[in-house]
Design a protein around this ligand. Structure first.
Ligand SMILES: Nc1ncnc2c1ncn2[C@@H]1O[C@H](COP(=O)(O)OP(=O)(O)OP(=O)(O)O)[C@@H](O)[C@H]1O
Length: 928
């Protein structure tokens, strides 16, 4: 079809001569397009074949409509006869007439392109397709989406984006958005948001006429617009009629708004370019300094209107819903006609009934307002559409006289989207900067707080605070990222000219500037985050090192405690073993002492028996060799024990004398003698018997002949705290206590002698035990009695010493203790006694030496323990163990401390015992 139509490639269209705002007639163009006959029309109706009624005169401005074209038009297409009388013939002149084979491209280029592109300069523009139903309005406006049949809308979209891409001014920024609405049965609804219907048409002083609530879609490529168009077309009300299988039953308006921002390069002389630059609102109000001081924003709005087709109801045969639709359509078109009639009324400008219908209300700017408008009237060539075509041509012919005053919409609306975007961008940038500052301030504050906390809190609290800080920083980072994304998204919606190739590209300078800014912010934040992370790692490292140090310390202290405990146990065992060794020595010594006691007692008994025997039966001894007896008795022989006396006794040679000497009752009377080698002293004895036991308290520290310690009443013997009764000490150290039968006096061992008798007590060398021998005696109390009274009581002659026997205690009467035994046989040899004594002394010495060793060891050990323990106080050790165990239990340290305390107490006791023993031992040692 395109190839058959004569196209002048140099024809730039209706507006090629238009300049600037132009004259009023230049802003409203009316063209006519005659579509080819449809197959239905070519088939003819009934008996009438198809007949063409339209002809376009050369020059494409005049159209002839005739019921009989061959009669009025010559072969060149010019009307040659005035057939008006014979045939209905009409001739109209328009800005352009496109005959049947005219291609879409030519219609667009000549009648639409300049109008369309004028919106890029800030003009309002409109292309309105008007005509009878089925005459090609939709075909002309939409056509196909691809190929040569593409209509005005797709070509418009392509041209707009092509223009933007090829804009030679690199600083220009564009924002394109689109809307799509329909007026169906006088109801305005959004074809891109079906849920929005019954929208109101309002008028604003700055925005002009607009549909309230109509969605606007920012588009960045033709494809995006196509998608919107397809979506809207699928929702547009259509229906099959007798004249059109797909008849549009609504008026559809596709709105494209282009905002263009231009920022010329500033020079010393001021802005260049010659355009009517105005200062941006931000610069005049002293806004953000980052916004260019001089900026131009132009807003162009394009209405692409595909009207529903007028129709004669009786022709279309519409009924019911279709009939109602037809009435509404015709009513609104009639209102449009009225508006146009009013606008073109040559009389004084009267009221323009824009408000009579939604259509005229919506097209108010396009009809007689601030707009460059092209009206395309479509007609069908067939004879059957003659009346409708005539009506359309008359309508279009009247519209020719509409005068629009188009001017550039420059910065007229502070609410332009570009303005909003600029403001939003500034606000976001400010927000970003503020947040950046806040982040820095917050960080400084947190650091200060953190430092204060570190001084007071433990390591865990510090770590927690650091984690919290990290989380907060991450939040800030995310918010910053969101802001950056938002800025990026908005920037991506801005289209920039000055580049070639790609469909859409932004202004490089602006993009580079924004990119630099974004990079700067990003680097700043990344550096902050890196620093924080390093700080956090440092803190964690030092904290864990500190914790490790504490752990090591606790482990060390635990090891010390374990070692101490082991050593204490070891020393416990050592002390126990030494103690056992000492006890063994004690037992051994006691054994020896017991043996010595037994021998001593035996000797005393024998001695007494011998004396008694000699006294009672001196004659009985005559057969005995006195010297042998004397030798046998040795030191125990009594008078004559001294060599001189013994010699004298031997010289006297009488048994009586010997007996008297043995009992101490000889004429010499009182022999001052203690024992062999003894130094015993009898206070106030004054020649009193000395071989008899001394009665009464012995001077402290005095030593009797056999080394026994003398002790008086109230004196404490080693390890004993009893108040001792008055004691009688024999020459061999044996203590003899006289007790009455009723006496409850307690012997050193706590035994009570009942029934009367002589109690013989001899303290053991160990100092903590004693042996007592109870001897029967008459029931008289001799407690504290003078020795003479005792002697008398037991029947001894005055001056005789007390004698003891295991049998009767008495004078020189009675039966011998061992009447049937030989005296010599019963005597122990002096050598044996001496041996026993020597053994006892040796044992005492060994024990003393052992005791000293034990003393020194225990003291050294004590010193070591105290030294070790004092290195770390018990409290500190306990704290360390609590911390190491971590359970707050005090059992283990408490046990250790108690054990230590008990050990110290034990050592103390042992020390005291040893000290006391040592004193006794020392005495014994002195004795030894
Ligand atoms: N210039 C043209 N060249 C070829 N075919 C055309 C042309 N104009 C219209 N047609 C065809 O005519 C038929 C009717 O066209 P279209 O639907 O565009 O009419 P309309 O005016 O929009 O009708 P309605 O008002 O009922 O919607 C369609 O099949 C279309 O393809």
């Amino acid at each position: 079809m395109d190839s058959n139509y004569p196209v002048d490639p140099h024809d730039d269209g209706l507006y090629q001569q238009a300049s600037g705002t132009g004259s009023t007639s230049e802003n409203f163009k009316v063209v006519v397009r005659i579509r080819p006959p449809l197959p239905r029309e070519l088939r003819g109706t009934g008996l009438r074949a198809y007949q063409c009624t339209t002809a376009v005169e050369p020059g494409d401005r005049n159209v002839i409509l005739s019921e009989n074209l061959p009669a009025v038009v010559n072969q060149q297409g010019n009307m040659v006869t005035d057939g008006g009388a014979l045939y209905n013939t009409y001739r109209f002149t328009f800005d352009c007439v496109y005959d049947q084979p005219c291609p879409q491209e030519l219609v667009y280029r000549q009648s639409a392109q300049q109008v369309v592109l004028s919106i890029l300069q800030g003009y309002n523009a409109a292309i309105i397709a008007y005509g009878q139903t089925g005459t090609g309005k939709t075909y002309t406006m939409e056509g196909a989406m691809e190929g040569p049949d593409r209509g005005i809308i797709p070509r418009t979209v392509e041209d707009i984006f092509t223009y933007i891409v090829n804009d030679p001014e690199p600083s220009s920024k564009y924002l394109v958005r689109s809307s799509y609405l329909q007026i169906y049965n006088e109801v305005v609804s959004d074809l891109l948001k079906p849920e929005r219907s019954s929208l109101s048409i309002r008028e604003d002083r700055r925005r002009g006429v607009f549909v309230e609530g109509l969605s606007e879609w920012v588009v960045r490529s033709p494809a995006e617009v196509y998608q919107l168009m397809q979506r809207g077309q699928s929702l547009r009300a259509t229906g099959a009629t007798k004249l059109n299988e797909v008849s549009s039953r609504s008026h559809a308006v596709c709105v494209i708004i282009v905002e263009k921002c231009t920022t010329p390069a500033a020079t010393d002389d001021g802005p260049t370019g010659g355009a009517p630059w105005v200062r941006s609102s931000s610069s005049t109000t002293g806004g953000d300094s980052t916004v260019p001081a001089i900026q131009s924003i132009k807003v162009g709005k394009l209405n692409l209107v595909d009207l529903a087709g007028s129709e004669r109801v009786h022709v279309t045969g519409a009924v019911g819903r279709r009939l109602e639709e037809s009435k509404k359509i015709n009513a609104s078109l009639s209102a449009l006609g009225n508006v146009i009639a009013a606008l073109t009324d040559r009389r004084e400008r009267s009221h323009i009934p824009y408000r009579d219908s939604k259509l005229t209300r919506l097209l108010e700017d396009s009809l007689g307002g601030n707009c460059r408008t092209t009206m395309i009237a479509t007609i069908a060539p067939s004879l059957e559409a003659f009346q409708e075509s005539l009506s359309t041509l008359k309508f279009a012919n009247r519209a020719k006289n509409i005068q629009n005053e188009a001017h550039v919409n420059e910065d007229v609306d502070q609410r332009t989207l570009l303005r909003k975007y600029e403001r939003e961008l500034r606000r976001l940038r400010d927000e970003l900067a503020r947040r950046s500052r806040n982040v820095v301030d917050k960080r400084a504050l947190l650091v200060a707080e953190e430092q204060a906390k570190r001084a007071e809190a433990d390591k865990l609290a510090a770590l927690t605070a650091l984690q919290e800080r990290s989380r907060e920083f991450l939040r800030e980072k995310e918010e910053k990222r969101a802001l950056e994304l938002k800025i990026q998204a908005m920037q991506s919606q801005l289209l920039s000219g000055g580049s070639s190739g790609a469909a859409l590209q932004e202004v490089p300078a602006v993009r580079a500037m924004l990119q630099r800014e974004a990079n700067k912010v990003k680097e700043h934040y990344e550096a902050r985050i890196r620093a924080l992370e390093a700080e956090r790692q440092d803190a964690e490292g030092s904290a864990s090192a500190e914790v490790d140090r504490y752990k090591q310390l606790l482990l060390k202290q635990r090891d010390i405690m374990i070692a101490l405990t082991a050593r204490l146990n070891e020393r416990d065992e050592r002390i126990n073993s030494l103690q056992e060794e000492l006890d063994a020595y004690d037992r051994y010594q006691r054994q020896l002492e017991d043996q010595l006691d037994a021998k001593t007692t035996e000797l005393i008994t024998l001695r007494k028996a011998a004396v008694e025997h000699a006294a009672a039966s001196p004659a009985g001894l005559r057969g005995v060799d006195p010297s042998a007896l004397q030798n046998a008795l040795g030191d125990w022989a009594g008078p004559g024990g001294t060599p001189g006396s013994q010699q004298q006794q031997q010289q006297q040679g009488t048994p009586q004398d010997l007996a008297a000497a043995a009992t101490g009752s000889n004429a010499g009377g009182h022999m001052a003698r203690t024992s062999s080698g003894g130094v015993g002293e009898a206070p106030g004895a004054g020649g009193h018997l000395s071989s008899t036991p001394y009665r009464g308290p012995a001077p402290p520290g005095s030593v009797l002949a056999n080394g026994a310690l003398a002790a008086g009443p109230g004196r404490t013997m080693a390890g004993l705290h009893h108040s001792l009764p008055q004691l009688v000490y024999s020459a061999d150290g044996t203590a003899v206590e006289l007790q009455g039968p009723d006496s409850q006096d307690v012997t050193p061992r706590g035994s009570t002698v009942s029934g009367g008798g002589l109690s013989v007590w001899r303290p053991h060398m160990s100092g903590n035990s004693s042996s007592t021998s109870s001897l029967p005696y008459p029931p008289n109390s001799y407690h504290n009695a003078p020795q003479s009274a005792v002697s008398q009581s037991v029947g001894l002659p005055p001056g005789a010493g007390v004698s003891m026997s295991h049998g009767q205690v008495g004078h020189n009467q009675g039966t011998p203790a061992h009447p049937g035994s030989s005296l010599v046989d019963m005597l122990a040899s002096p050598g044996e006694v001496a041996e026993l004594r020597a053994a006892a002394l040796t044992a005492a010495k060994e024990r003393s030496a052992l005791q000293q060793i034990l003393d020194s060891k225990v003291r050294v050990m004590l010193a070591e323990i105290i030294n070790e323990v004092s290195g770390s106080s018990p409290g500190a050790l306990a704290s360390a163990l609590y911390a190491r165990d971590g359970d707050g239990s005090s059992s283990r340290p408490q046990l250790l401390l108690e054990r230590l305390a008990s050990l110290e107490a034990l050592v103390q006791r042992v020390s005291e015992a040893i000290g006391s023993s040592g004193g006794a031992s020392g005495s014994r040692g002195g004795a030894a």
